[in-house]
Design a binder for this molecule. Structure first.
Ligand code: FAD
Ligand code: NAP
Length: 313
């Protein structure tokens, strides 16, 4: 028979939003359970230096998330390594099924499932995923020591990935579809000054090509966005850094979403369209998508859940 765990507050997700909600809900004596999901610690575990977390001029993303987890645990949050596979918000208590077979029954839910990397959607990109095509420089950069690498994108992630990959690569080419970056100026300056980095403006990846035996990338064909001209760019690694989409799979059919799938919350609140269900962090935030704003929303969600639960009693 399936194991059933009952809780006043179930927090789904272990990024800055989830762990902050865990701290606040624990301190409100709600004995929350937090389910970590497939990526314990969330997106910051895929990066290196974080320079904009208040109180730390330099902190490694994975270290920061270990500290957040320990903080939530210290306050009394029960943290479980499991993945929620489906939710039933049609009646209360809310029911969440999980991959482990455990059924979680909760009076209130805090959704903090964050966001996941976007891909270009090319068949050749799919074919070489894990064999030269990656969306995580911290995870895979080491494999490209002394090789040429292409990074695709023009936001903070692309610029940071390009800079980080210079630790390994002989040369990094940043391919961007416009001639203007949307990254922070401090990062742009570092990129432009870096001797190992070249920029290729107004270009998109047309195709990733390589060998089958052994499977690996040999280069990309890039297309000029204005002239349509195709050129060949030899490289061994292709890092796709074109942004992230909200991880809304659990709730996209039951909660209102907008702007490409972000969960809608009431103004100045984390309340969703279902009373007792709250959403925090990148799952709901199409605008800021920062660790500190996610943590702020995690705090709001726990405080709102606490007040709502008190009203129900
Ligand atoms: P996430 O961090 O995305 O975490 C989502 C969590 O939900 C994960 O733990 C996942 O396992 C869990 N989850 C998902 N589905 C399920 C499920 N079905 N069941 C259970 N759990 C589930 N921001 C900054 O402020 N400064 C930076 O320097 C910075 N650098 C970044 C570098 C990179 C490479 C990236 C990708 C992002 C960076 N960001 C940075 C953005 C920042 O990481 C995000 O804004 C922040 O992590 C969002 O937090 P979150 O809690 O909403 O979700
Ligand atoms: P982003 O800001 O949304 O940028 C995505 C980039 O990829 C854009 O330059 C976009 O081009 C390009 N792009 C999107 N789809 C494309 C496609 N199909 N083909 C080619 N190019 C495509 O995403 P992000 O850089 O991942 O950042 C996400 C959030 O995390 C942001 O809020 C960011 O500030 C935050 N973050 C912060 C830090 C930091 O604070 N240090 C670090 C990383 C991330 P256009 O510009 O033409 O639209």
């Amino acid at each position: 028979m399936a194991d059933t765990r009952k809780t006043k507050v179930l927090i789904i997700g272990s990024g800055p939003a989830g762990y902050t909600a865990g701290v606040y809900a624990s301190r409100a004596m709600l004995n929350p359970i937090l389910v970590q999901g497939i990526e314990p610690g969330g997106q910051l575990t895929t990066t290196t230096e974080v320079e904009n977390w208040p109180g730390d001029s330099h902190v490694q993303g994975p270290d920061l998330m270990v500290r957040m987890e320990a903080h939530a645990r210290d306050m009394g949050c029960e943290i479980i390594g499991d993945i929620i596979s489906s939710v039933d918000f049609s009646k209360r208590p809310f029911i969440c099924q999980s991959d482990s077979g455990t059924v979680y029954e909760a009076d209130a839910i805090i959704l903090a499932t964050g966001a996941r990397a976007k891909w270009l959607g090319l068949p050749s990109e799919e074919a070489f995923k894990g064999f030269g095509v990656s969306a995580c420089a911290t995870c895979d950069g080491f494999f490209y020591r002394g090789m040429e690498i292409v990074v695709v994108g023009g936001g903070n992630t692309a610029v940071e990935e390009a800079l980080f990959l210079t630790n390994f690569a002989s040369k990094v080419t940043l391919v961007h579809r416009r001639d203007e970056l949307r990254s922070e100026k401090i990062l742009e300056d570092r990129l432009m000054k870096h001797p190992k980095i070249e920029t290729l403006w107004f270009h998109e990846i047309e195709e990733v090509y390589g060998t089958d035996m052994p499977k690996g990338v040999e280069g990309v064909k890039v297309k000029h966005t204005k002239t349509g001209e195709i050129t060949d760019l030899p490289c061994k690694g292709v890092f796709i850094a074109i942004g992230h989409a909200p991880a809304n799979e659990l709730v996209k059919d039951v909660l209102e979403t907008h702007m490409g799938g972000y969960v809608v919350t009431k103004p100045d609140s984390t309340e969703t369209s279902i009373p007792g269900v709250y959403a925090a962090g990148d799952l709901t935030d199409h605008k800021y998508r920062q660790a500190v704003t996610s943590a702020g929303m995690g705090c709001m969600a726990a405080l709102e859940a606490e007040r709502w639960l008190a009203e129900q009693e």
